[in-house]
Design a protein around this ligand. Structure first.
Ligand code: SF4
Length: 485
C-alpha cells in the first residue's frame, strides 16, 4: 500500500494499481477511447482516455496500453506481481480475450484484485462477473471515482457503482450518480506523459503525432446505434469549464512539444455552440492546431469562428445517404442540411473525415448505392465505412434481438476486424459485408480523389511515407475482405 496526502490534508493509503488495456487481437483498437472496438483498415489507435482519467485519480498508479505498444500476454503477465489491484478496460468484441488475460494475471498473483470497466460490463454486470472467478468486481456507469474508492481500500460493499463477488454470491451496490462538476476530473495529459508513448498513436486522418482528450462527456442526440451515450456517458452533454480545458492544452503543449494536432474526442464537441466558439477563440490565442467530432448541422458562423482559430478537421458521422435510414436511427439530421454544412465547411477550407455505416435498419441494395453516391457527392477528404454493430445496451441491439436480425453473435472475426452481425430478410449479412469494400473502391479509386491524394504526398515527404504504408495496409485489408466475403 502507498501513502499519499490528499488535497484535504488527510493521509490516504492506495493500493498499488495497474490500469490495463489488455493485449488482444493484433492491432486491435479497443482502447478505452475507441468508439467501435476493432482492428482498423490501417494501423490506428485512440488514446485510452477513459482509463487515464481514473489513473490520474490514483496516486502511484500505472497505465499500460498493450496494443499500441505491441505488448503480448507474456509481456504483461509478470506485472501482476507488482500490483495489488488491476483495472482492465474491456469491450464486447474483446471480452472473452480480456477474461483470459485476467485469469493469467490472477494465476500469477492470486492476491491481485481484478476489476473490469467499460461499456460492456456497465450493461452486463452479472453475466460479466459470472464469466470467471478471476473477475472480482465490475463497474457500471462512470467509474473514475468508483475506482479511486476501491484503490483507497474501501470494502467493495461500501463503494457505489459496483457489481462484485462475495464468495459464491454476486452482489451489487447502488448506482453512482453521474459527475456533475467535470472540473473535478484531473488532467489526463499528465498520465499520457508518464505512461504512454505518443508516437505510437496513429489515426489515418490526423496529423502525427496527435493527442486526444475529452472536454465533456455525453451527447444530446439519441442515435440508436451509438454506444457511449447509451451506456456510460449519458444523453446530455456534461462539460468541463473552458478555463479547465485551456489549462490542460497549455500543459500538454509543454509536455509534448512534438505534437502536431489536438483532437477533442467528445461525442459531439459542437453540441454546445457558444462554448465551442469560446474554446476555439482561446485555442486561437494559444496558437494550436486542433480537430474535433461534429454533427453535420454546425452553423456557418460557428464553422468560421472555429476555422479562424486553428480548426483543421471535423470528424462527421453522416452514417447514410438515405433519409429513411437516418430517421430510423434517430440521427436528427436531414440530407440537405448535411449537404449545406459540408459545402460551407469545404468553402472555409476545413477538412472532413466522413463516417458511414452499412447495415442499419432499413438498409437495402438500393440504399447502399444511395449512400455511396451521397458520399461521392459530398466528397469528404477521407471516409470510414463501418458495419452496423449492435452493442448490448443500445436501442439497436434490443431492436435487432426483437426483430430477429441478429444472425451472428460476434462483432469481430478471428483477426479482430469488423463482421456484419445484422441481416435482413431482403439483404443478407454477407452482402452488407461485401458492400464495404465496394464503397471504399468507388470512393477512393476515382481519378479526382487519386490526384488529390497524390498531390498531398508530393507536398510532404513525411506524409508520403505514411500514406504509402497506409496504402499497403489498406489494399491488404481489401483483399482480406474479398477472401472473407
Ligand atoms: S450524434 Fe454522434 S455521438 Fe451523438 S448519439 Fe449520434 S452518433 Fe452518437
Amino acid at each position: 500500500m502507498l501513502l499519499f496526502d490528499r488535497d484535504d490534508g488527510d493521509a490516504v493509503s492506495y493500493s498499488r494499481t495497474l490500469f490495463l488495456h489488455p493485449p488482444s487481437y493484433h492491432g486491435f483498437d479497443g482502447g478505452a477511447g475507441s468508439r467501435y472496438q476493432a482492428r482498423r483498415e490501417v494501423r490506428s489507435f485512440w488514446y485510452p482516455t477513459w482509463l487515464a482519467q481514473p489513473a490520474a485519480l490514483v496516486p502511484g498508479s500505472r497505465l499500460v496500453d498493450a496494443p499500441p505498444d505491441d505488448l503480448t500476454l507474456d509481456d504483461v503477465r509478470p506485472l501482476a506481481r507488482q500490483y495489488d489491484l488491476a483495472v482492465l478496460h474491456t469491450s464486447t468484441p474483446s471480452f472473452a480475450q480480456d477474461v483470459k488475460v485476467a485469469e493469467a494475471l490472477k494465476a500469477e498473483n492470486p492476491a491481485l484484485r481484478v476489476g473490469f470497466v467499460g461499456a460492456h460490463v456497465a450493461v452486463q454486470r452479472e453475466q460479466a462477473l459470472a464469466a470467471s472467478v478471476a473477475i472480482d468486481f465490475v463497474c457500471h456507469g462512470e467509474f473514475d471515482f468508483t475506482i479511486r474508492e476501491v484503490a483507497e481500500g474501501r470494502p467493495l460493499g461500501e463503494v457505489s457503482g459496483l457489481g462484485y463477488r462475495d464468495g459464491a454470491r454476486l452482489l451489487a451496490t447502488p448506482p453512482r450518480a453521474p459527475i456533475e462538476d467535470m472540473d473535478t476530473l484531473p488532467f489526463v495529459v499528465d498520465v499520457y506523459a508518464r505512461d504512454l508513448t505518443v508516437e505510437n498513436y496513429y489515426i489515418g486522418y490526423l496529423l502525427h503525432p496527435y493527442v486526444s482528450l475529452y472536454t465533456g462527456r455525453g451527447c444530446r442526440s439519441k442515435c440508436t446505434f451509438c454506444l457511449w451515450p447509451q451506456t456510460v456517458g449519458g444523453q446530455r452533454y456534461r462539460t468541463r469549464s473552458v478555463d479547465h480545458v485551456i489549462e490542460e492544452i497549455a500543459l500538454a503543449r509543454r509536455r509534448f512539444p512534438q505534437v502536431k494536432e489536438y483532437f477533442f474526442d467528445d461525442d459531439t464537441f459542437t453540441d454546445d455552440l457558444p462554448r465551442a466558439e469560446e474554446i476555439a477563440r482561446r485555442l486561437g490565442r494559444l496558437g494550436v492546431m486542433w480537430s474535433c467530432n461534429a454533427k453535420a448541422n454546425v452553423p456557418d458562423a460557428t464553422l468560421r469562428v472555429m476555422k479562424d482559430n486553428g480548426l483543421r478537421l471535423l470528424l462527421v458521422g453522416y452514417e447514410s445517404g438515405n433519409q429513411t435510414i437516418l430517421n430510423n436511427i434517430k440521427k436528427g439530421v436531414r440530407l440537405d442540411g448535411a449537404r449545406r454544412f459540408t459545402r460551407a465547411a469545404r468553402d472555409l477550407g476545413i477538412k472532413i473525415h466522413g463516417t458511414f455505416i452499412f447495415g442499419l435498419p432499413g438498409e437495402t441494395r438500393q440504399t447502399i448505392d444511395e449512400t455511396i453516391r451521397f458520399a461521392c457527392e459530398l466528397d469528404p477528404d477521407t471516409i470510414q465505412v463501418s458495419l452496423a454493430a449492435p452493442y448490448p445496451g443500445t436501442a439497436l441491439y434490443d431492436q435487432a434481438v426483437e426483430q430477429g436480425w441478429l444472425v451472428r453473435d460476434a462483432l469481430v472475426g478471428s483477426d479482430g476486424t469488423q463482421q456484419s452481425p445484422l441481416g435482413y430478410p431482403d439483404l443478407p449479412h454477407t452482402e452488407i459485408f461485401a458492400a464495404v469494400s465496394r464503397f471504399y473502391r468507388r470512393f477512393y479509386f476515382r481519378p479526382g480523389k487519386l490526384v488529390s491524394l497524390a498531390g498531398e504526398m508530393m507536398r510532404d515527404r513525411a506524409i508520403m511515407k505514411r500514406r504509402l504504408r497506409e496504402g499497403r495496409e489498406f489494399l491488404g485489408f481489401l483483399s482480406r475482405r474479398r477472401a472473407h466475403a
